[in-house]
Design a protein around this ligand. Structure first.
Ligand SMILES: Nc1nc2c(c(=O)[nH]1)N[C@H]1C(S)=C(S)[C@@H](COP(=O)(O)O)O[C@H]1N2
Ligand SMILES: [Mo]
Length: 231
């Protein structure tokens, strides 16, 4: 048995395999994609394999479904994790069941494509999108989402790598066949963090070091003044 008594033992919630904690929460992602300006009346569009498209003003998002708050970690595929982020918004599953299904009548949906106003895009298997903890979030740590982290709305899917957590969410495209994956061939269809599904072809552990090596450059590129909101 270990020698540590109650005075030295403490409960530390483990991080998923290959992740390490970052104390700050940098803007991260495709450096060529600047944060887009937020329109006066932002709208979320649901389109694709549906009978009726939906153009929902974000002010109506929490009118039909309850606002929830969840604390979650964000796990970037490049191995850093930001912990204890307090998101506020609505449950994606409630949005799907109480808004999308009745109003759009999706037929045979197997996946969605989340599209950000900056051109960012991710494919989510519907099974992952409908997990308990997936949210459409418009607030972070008690404040409206800022341009750095996805204003006015972002997808939050803590069980999947950061690259599925699309910022500046503008369109949800419903797909009745599994769509083409993106991120230059680096997007895994599921990207589940607990299974280390970092990449569609290479085993997750092999990519820890090479991905981690890119982090300082990507953080720096995302900080450039030309990345100011809307530029
Ligand atoms: N629209 C959009 N969403 C995006 C990205 C992006 O470039 N554009 N990058 C993704 C990646 S790789 C990560 S790790 C997270 C980072 O979120 P943050 O910038 O709030 O830290 O956003 C994800 N969502
Ligand atoms: Mo990422």
């Amino acid at each position: 048995m270990g020698t540590s008594g109650p005075s030295t033992s403490r409960v530390v919630r483990g991080l998923p395999p290959g992740q390490h904690r970052r104390r700050d929460f940098p803007r991260f992602g495709m450096p060529q994609l600047a944060p887009p300006a937020v329109p006066d009346r932002p709208i979320l569009t649901v389109a694709g394999a549906v009978e009726d498209d939906l153009h929902l003003p974000l002010t109506e998002l929490d009118r039909t479904i309850p606002r929830i708050e969840r604390v979650a970690d964000l796990h970037c595929v490049a191995t850093w994790t930001a912990t204890g982020l307090k998101w506020s918004g609505v449950s994606f599953r409630q949005f799907w069941e109480q808004v999308v299904e009745p109003r759009c009548k999706p037929a045979g949906a197997v996946a969605i494509i989340a599209r950000g106003a900056d051109g960012g895009r991710a494919v989510l298997d519907l099974r992952d999108a409908l997990a308990d903890d997936v949210m459409l979030a418009d607030r972070l740590d008690g404040e409206p989402l800022d341009a750095l982290h996805g204003a006015p709305l972002r997808l939050v899917s803590p069980g999947q790598y950061g690259y599925k957590n699309i910022k500046h969410l503008r369109t949800i495209e419903v797909c009745d066949t599994f769509p083409r994956l993106g991120y230059k061939g680096m997007e895994h269809p599921r990207a589940r963090v607990d299974r280390e599904e970092r990449h569609p072809r290479f085993a997750g552990p092999l990519l820890r070091l090479p991905y981690r090596a890119t982090v300082p450059l990507i953080v720096w590129l995302n900080r450039r003044p030309s990345r100011a909101p809307g530029s």
